[in-house]
Design a protein around this ligand. Structure first.
Ligand SMILES: Cc1cc2nc3c(=O)[nH]c(=O)nc-3n(C[C@H](O)[C@H](O)[C@H](O)COP(=O)(O)OP(=O)(O)OC[C@H]3O[C@@H](n4cnc5c(N)ncnc54)[C@H](O)[C@@H]3O)c2cc1C
Length: 376
């Protein structure tokens, strides 16, 4: 029997008269997981579809995208919907913002994309209106959202108020019939029947599914309102910030230095020239080249930049853990066999200082010839 595996090792414990008890894993979802095909497909093998035939009912997952992609927390919300969908029920993913991923691989059978409602703008009333229309149109039995401090968590709570239906937030354990949430300062877990609205904590569900969805683009639902009324909120737009002042977790572009960087000023100049934030490996922090708040990795920060330039960083597993959500990784390393090269989308094999100087020269040339805009 497959299980919904939790991946948070710091999960709460309960102290019972029998002693200390780790929370048991959730019961398997009621989906078609009991079919003989259920084992995780080996790499390259096409995964079996979970849903056979037309969907008789629907469960929904709702999440904001970031530049066309969902983060791992949002993937988990879609996976939870797919794992817990009853046999014959379809999974519809509602994406606020652009969407360029393979919805089928995430476990969704249908996908509705609302590109005008991305997380960059602030339109809570329009979001509630649009998603509520879809909940009604699909008659979604359960609605899953990632419980984030902003965007999805905010939208989830607004939907709960709008629909006045049973709901659970901060869900850390889930099975086909129940949810569990931390209680009493996370010393205990409160257990409740599976409600209609479920806001999942990160790590409650493993997003690696042994099956796929159909991933079909759903037709726009008739009467779906996206424009909505202008209400109590006014979006004043975004203000550009100094990249060096942005917390690494929020940076869009990071230039990170490791033990292979001999000149920190060159790396900082490159970062400034590109309008990027500066990060570092643990070794480079430990030997005093960068401050502790720059450390990226298992014992540092987890970043999700669109672009990550790793200069003179080997790509140890602890470092890779911190950049797992980065979209495009560029490695500068003199060793073509370094693990970071395996993770990178593009690698420049050469001396860090030489490559950075060459880049600075080329950027200056390109700016002079107006091939590139000035630094932000
Ligand atoms: C419990 C634990 C937690 C950890 N947490 C973290 C963490 O959060 N973050 C983290 O980063 N690490 C962490 N580490 C350490 C991690 O295992 C590595 O030791 C560390 O990431 C290595 O840093 P590095 O790649 O900069 O240095 P090195 O391993 O020394 O690698 C340097 C790289 O630079 C290249 N290089 C050398 N000279 C040049 C040059 N002139 N030009 C171009 N390339 C060059 C080399 O080929 C090599 O690939 C942790 C380790 C443990 C045990």
């Amino acid at each position: 029997m497959s299980e919904i595996r939790r991946i948070n090792p710091r999960r709460p414990i309960v102290i019972t008269p029998q002693g200390l008890r780790r929370i048991v894993l959730g019961q398997v979802g009621a989906g078609d997981l009991s079919t003989p095909d259920q084992g995780a497909a080996p790499a390259g093998k096409v995964k079996p579809r979970r849903l056979h035939g037309e969907a008789k009912s629907w469960v929904m997952a709702v999440a904001h995208s970031d530049r066309g992609r969902l983060d791992s927390h949002a993937h988990q919300a879609v996976a939870a919907a797919a794992i817990l969908a009853q046999p014959g029920a379809g999974v519809v993913a509602v994406i606020l913002g652009d969407f360029e991923e393979d919805a089928a691989a995430l476990g969704a059978d249908a996908v509705v994309v609302l590109p005008d409602l991305d997380a960059v703008g602030f339109a809570p009333e329009q979001e509630v209106e649009a998603v509520s229309s879809l909940i009604r149109a699909y008659d979604a039995r359960h609605v899953f959202l990632p419980d984030k401090p902003e965007s999805d968590g905010d939208l989830g709570r607004r939907l709960i108020v709008e629909h006045q239906e049973p709901a659970a937030t901060h869900v850390v354990e889930i099975d086909a019939a129940h949810v569990c949430c931390p209680w009493s300062g996370a010393a205990l877990l409160a257990r409740a029947p599976l409600p209609r609205f479920i806001l999942l904590e990160a790590g409650a569900v493993d997003a690696g599914l042994p099956f796929a969805g159909w991933g079909e683009s759903a037709d726009m639902v008739e009467g779906l309102k996206v424009a909505g009324k202008s209400g109590a909120y006014r979006d004043l737009g975004l203000e550009r910030s100094d990249p060096s002042q942005i917390p690494l977790e929020e940076a869009d572009l990071i230039v990170a230095g490791g033990n292979g960087v001999s000149s920190v000023p060159t790396l900082e100049t490159l970062a400034r020239t590109l309008g990027a934030a500066v990060g570092a490996s643990r070794v480079a922090v430990d030997d005093g080249r960068f401050t502790r708040d720059k450390q990226i990795g298992a014992t540092g920060k987890t970043v999700s930049a669109r672009g990550y330039i790793a200069v003179g960083i080997s790509g140890a597993v602890q470092h890779l853990q911190g950049i797992k959500d980065c979209q495009h990784v560029i490695a500068v390393n003199r060793d073509a066999g370094a693990p970071i090269v395996g993770r990178a989308d593009l690698s420049v094999i050469g001396d860090a200082e030489e490559v950075m100087q060459a880049l600075l020269t080329r950027i200056a040339q390109a700016r002079k010839q107006r091939e590139l805009p000035e630094a932000p």
